[in-house]
Design a protein around this ligand. Structure first.
Ligand SMILES: *[C@@H]1O[C@H](CO)[C@@H](O)[C@H](O)[C@H]1NC(C)=O
Ligand SMILES: *[C@@H]1O[C@H](CO)[C@@H](O)[C@H](O)[C@H]1NC(C)=O
Ligand SMILES: *[C@@H]1O[C@H](CO)[C@@H](O)[C@H](O)[C@H]1NC(C)=O
Ligand SMILES: *[C@@H]1O[C@H](CO)[C@@H](O)[C@H](O)[C@H]1NC(C)=O
Ligand SMILES: *[C@@H]1O[C@H](CO)[C@@H](O)[C@H](O)[C@H]1NC(C)=O
Ligand SMILES: *[C@@H]1O[C@H](CO)[C@@H](O)[C@H](O)[C@H]1NC(C)=O
Ligand SMILES: *[C@@H]1O[C@H](CO)[C@@H](O)[C@H](O)[C@H]1NC(C)=O
Ligand SMILES: *[C@@H]1O[C@H](CO)[C@@H](O)[C@H](O)[C@H]1NC(C)=O
Length: 841
């Protein structure tokens, strides 16, 4: 009897151990996975278990990257049905189904619905593979009975397929999360549309939201060529059995593509040195990406201030609506067709091909055959090649209206049927020579052309927003009222009688709808304890800055325009004008403003960690910044500046980049602040001249200090100085060294020339750093501070250099601000603000 109990006890113990110690990647039918236990893939990259997303306390069964923090979830089982306590269990049942159940009744909240195929499967196992794929299969067999890759959520991992299995009918669609805290499916769904020729389609609810063009052999039509890069390689497969898009990465790289809650695909690669996901590309929408923006037969041009126009040969269907910028009714033919007798075709270059849902295709036809086929059928309205490779091949034909056409940088030609008098092609012969040339350019597309495309997209986005001029302003009573930001300027102007200055251009047609809150003076006084001294954070360019706490507990920083500052009002307006329009995670965020009586204030998010100078130049605090944090800061500042220079819809030169203008949030993410001296450049304008040199010594470039010429390259110079300061922990200005160097730049240059650049590194970081990264950063810093502006890299190139490992060009000698050259600066008229800046720092 006793022995029996012992055996029973031991077997119970064993089964408990079996359930509690699932540590490898496989689970069998007997095992149960509870909260706190996980499966880990054999390569230790992915982990499966129960988790709580973001700030939510709900529990979900999911898969995430094991060694990446913050937790990055790639797949969720019970997306729509959260478990509210820790009672959830995950198990594989004998019929091969995976089950997640919870509650005292073990209610099933999710099931994989798998059924085994007897007699081939009798002993199912579940395994988390090295790819992040959770599979069910017969023990020891290759094939899968079920796999999580067939049921994607918002994350597209390397090796997953976006598309359809035409045999089994499995449709792998991506659905965004509702928010970072809620993985339940949002209304954004991206899928492979297989009506007509396949294209990627995104819907919002039941409404088409956006689409790519068809795959052209290299990329999706209408998208920049993303083939030419060192991280992602793409594949599009379309045959009788399946149609899908997929990608792979070099195994040394951790990457993911994620559909954000607002429906935007972003691709990321993990940068281990800074423990940070770096955005590789974003499908950032612009004014033309909304599906069918310009209606049938309209063409959207993001760079044109009127956005929509009709295709040549077409005219607005409803002129009155069209001229009121309501484009949905689209365009109709100006002259009726006369088929089959008198029609011709007209070639449209560089347009995204129309929606292919109603297209016909034949992948083996040539362009000539395609033209003949389209001509001979009077309902055919347009044709084009499918692929740009192999000299152009395949035939796409459209019937009826052409929708969602937009101008793009590079595309195969679209041939549209026209009445003979509007047509340019009445003989059907393609032009193989010119085509071949163009194709070569596309196929050989390099990274630089990629950048060019991005720059152009940036400009496009900049341009298209120009139209809107109004701001939504939250009025004190909580409602919104529309106001023109310039009214705010003017009302301040009349109160302060600020003088105009050539440097502050007053164009007022460049604003976007930005939600700026209005704060009443009473609110601000309460938050800052009547501007008490203990709340004072410091002095900014044009007044004092105070910390405050709003009634709802939010912390704010209040910049109060000093009444005595003459130049201040201009800088204040300048700041309001720029910062309100800019949104980037590396720029400080403006929450609102207050303008009451003779008080003018800007309200920002509060940055608890103050500014960069507070850390790097302080003996004690600098010890808390290890190398990877510093590298992260450098990298993020670069991204912030890149945004200012080209990714935002304005082209902005900051003109006062320095350590004290880089604020740090809780997680030591840098935020560029103080746009009081920023200057917007118009399109095609590259440099400007001023008689009033503003900025801070130690950071201003030679051409600006000496000749008053500034450009993006002056910011690049300041950035280079920042890089060297962050690495060395020493100020450029006021630098002294036992040896003969009298500036940090000279010192860095000398060490670099003598192959001793690592000595620049502040000693406490020598252990935490990676030599090659440090050297590369110093090298990039030196490239940025080269004497001649033309030698300095653009910020786009700087970011690229940080992201890649290609060989770097050799820097030329930097600009040395030696005591000999310094006095020249003072010969230029320098305003009082600058003087104080010069003295203060
Ligand atoms: C458990 O099941 C019983 C009866 O089936 C039901 O009354 C009860 O509400 C269930 N409890 C939970 C937490 O689902
Ligand atoms: C619920 O599941 C647990 C764990 O497998 C098991 O011990 C318990 O008996 C189950 N309860 C019910 C009511 O099925
Ligand atoms: C399993 O089947 C049920 C009922 O048919 C369905 O509601 C559920 O969504 C299915 N689960 C999965 C993961 O497909
Ligand atoms: C598999 O078994 C579970 C529990 O035993 C059941 O809930 C589920 O419906 C079964 N699935 C199929 C596909 O038969
Ligand atoms: C993967 O990356 C490593 C390091 O960057 C490189 O040496 C290797 O050639 C790459 N492999 C492939 C297949 O691209
Ligand atoms: C810009 O829009 C106007 C008016 O619709 C149109 O005439 C013009 O052709 C467009 N320009 C470009 C480059 O598309
Ligand atoms: C496609 O075109 C080729 C060449 O004209 C022809 O032989 C073939 O039958 C066509 N295929 C289909 C499915 O129409
Ligand atoms: C023209 O094309 C349409 C496809 O929409 C087809 O239904 C019709 O039969 C074709 N007509 C001729 C004459 O081939």
């Amino acid at each position: 009897m006793e022995i029996r109990y012992n055996i029973l006890f031991i077997s119970v113990l064993f089964s408990i151990l079996a359930t509690c110690t699932i540590q490898d990647d496989t689970m069998t039918v007997d095992q149960v996975l509870q909260n706190g236990y996980t499966l880990v893939s054999a390569n230790r990259m992915y982990e499966l278990g129960f988790f709580s997303p973001g700030r939510s306390s709900n529990r979900y069964l999911g898969i995430w990257f094991k060694n990446i923090s913050p937790q990055t979830v790639v797949w969720v089982a019970n997306r729509a049905i959260p478990i509210t306590d820790s009672s959830g269990v995950f198990r594989l049942v004998t019929n091969g189904s995976l089950l997640v159940s919870a509650g005292s009744n073990n209610t099933t909240v999710w099931s994989s619905n798998t059924s085994l195929v007897f007699p081939t499967t009798i002993n199912p196992v579940a395994q988390l593979l090295n790819t992040g794929n959770l599979v069910v299969r017969e023990k020891g067999e290759e094939g899968f009975i079920w796999q999580s890759f067939d049921y994607p959520g918002d994350t597209f991992l390397p090796g997953m397929k976006l598309g359809k299995d035409l045999v089994s009918g499995i449709d792998r669609r991506f659905t965004a999360w509702k928010s970072d805290d809620d993985p339940s499916p949002s209304e954004f769904v991206t899928f492979m549309e297989t009506n007509g020729f396949p294209q990627l389609f995104e819907t919002q609810g039941s409404v088409p939201h956006s689409r790519t063009g068809p795959w052209n052999g290299v990329t999706f039509n209408g998208f920049p060529n993303r083939q030419a890069n060192s991280i992602f390689s793409y594949e599009f497969v379309f045959n009788d059995k399946e149609v899908y898009f997929s990608y792979t990465v070099n195994t040394s790289i951790i990457a993911r593509v994620t559909l954000s809650p607002d429906g935007i695909f972003n691709s990321f690669n993990w940068v281990d040195q800074v423990r940070h996901w770096s955005t590789y590309w974003s499908a950032i929408p612009d004014m033309c990406s909304g599906f069918g923006r310009c209606g049938p037969n309209g063409v959207c041009n993001a760079q044109n201030s009127s956005l929509c126009s009709c295709m040549a040969g077409f005219e607005p269907r409803k002129l009155d609506e069209w001229s009121a910028s309501q484009w949905s009714s689209g365009c109709q033919r100006r002259k009726p067709l006369d088929c089959p007798n008198g029609d011709g075709f007209r070639a449209f270059k560089n347009v995204k091909l129309p929606d292919t849902r109603h297209s016909w295709y034949n992948r083996s036809m040539t362009l000539d055959e395609c033209a003949a086929a389209c001509k001979s059928n009077c309902t055919c309205t347009a044709y084009a090649n499918i692929e740009i490779t192999r000299g152009g091949s395949g035939c796409l034909r459209w019937f009826g209206d052409l929708t969602d056409v937009r101008t793009v940088v590079e595309s195969q030609d679209l041939y549209v049927r026209m009445a003979k008098s509007d047509a340019t092609i009445t003989e059907y012969k393609s032009e193989p020579n010119s085509n071949k040339k163009r194709r070569t350019i596309i196929v050989v597309g390099t990274i630089s052309s990629c950048i060019l495309v991005m720059v152009m997209l940036g400009i496009a986005i900049a341009y298209l927003w120009r139209k809107k001029t109004r701001y939504l302003v939250k009025s004190p009573d909580g409602g919104f009222r529309r106001t023109n930001i310039d009214k705010v300027y003017y009302s301040m102007k009349s109160q302060h009688d600020g003088d105009g200055d050539g440097d502050y251009d007053n164009d007022n047609d460049d604003d976007t709808d930005t939600e700026l809150s209005y704060y009443s003076l009473a609110q601000v006084l309460k938050a800052t304890k009547d501007f008490s001294n203990e709340n004072k954070l410091g002095e900014g360019g044009f007044g004092s800055v105070y910390m405050g706490i709003l009634d709802d507990g939010r912390e704010i920083a209040v910049k109060r325009l000093s009444k005595s500052s003459g130049q201040g009002i201009n800088e204040f307006k300048n700041e309001l004008k720029f910062i309100a329009k800019l949104q980037h995670r590396n720029l400080v965020k403006l929450l609102g403003y207050c303008n009451e009586g003779d008080e003018s204030m800007l309200i920002y998010e509060y940055m608890p960690n103050k500014s960069l100078d507070f850390f790097i130049f302080d003996k004690r605090r600098s010890l808390t910044l290890d190398w990877s944090t510093r590298f992260h800061i450098i990298h993020e500042i670069a991204r912030g500046i890149l945004y200012l220079h080209q990714d935002s819809r304005l082209k902005i030169v900051h003109r006062d980049l320095k350590a004290s203008n880089i604020l740090l949030d809780d997680d030591m993410n840098p935020k560029i602040s103080d746009f009081g001296l920023a200057r917007m450049f118009r399109d095609h304008e590259n440099e400007a001249n001023t008689t009033r040199v503003v900025g801070t010594l130690g950071y201003i470039s030679p051409e600006y200090a000496i000749e008053g010429i500034f450009s993006e390259k002056s910011d690049v110079f300041s950035f280079g100085v920042l890089v060297l300061e962050i690495i060395s922990g020493k100020k450029n200005r006021g630098f002294s060294d036992k040896k003969d160097s009298d500036s940090l730049l000279a010192h860095a240059w000398r060490l670099f020339k003598e192959d001793m650049a690592l000595e620049l590194l502040s000693p406490h970081m020598r252990e935490s750093s990676v030599d090659s990264k440090v050297l590369r950063s110093i090298h990039i810093g030196l490239l940025c501070v080269q004497h001649y502006a033309k030698d300095r890299p653009s910020m786009a190139y700087v970011v690229l250099m940080f992201d890649q490992d290609d060989a770097l060009p050799s820097p030329k000698q930097p600009a040395f601000f030696t005591k000999g050259t310094m006095p020249k600066v003072n010969q230029i008229s320098v305003n009082e603000v600058t003087m104080t800046e010069l003295e203060a720092r």
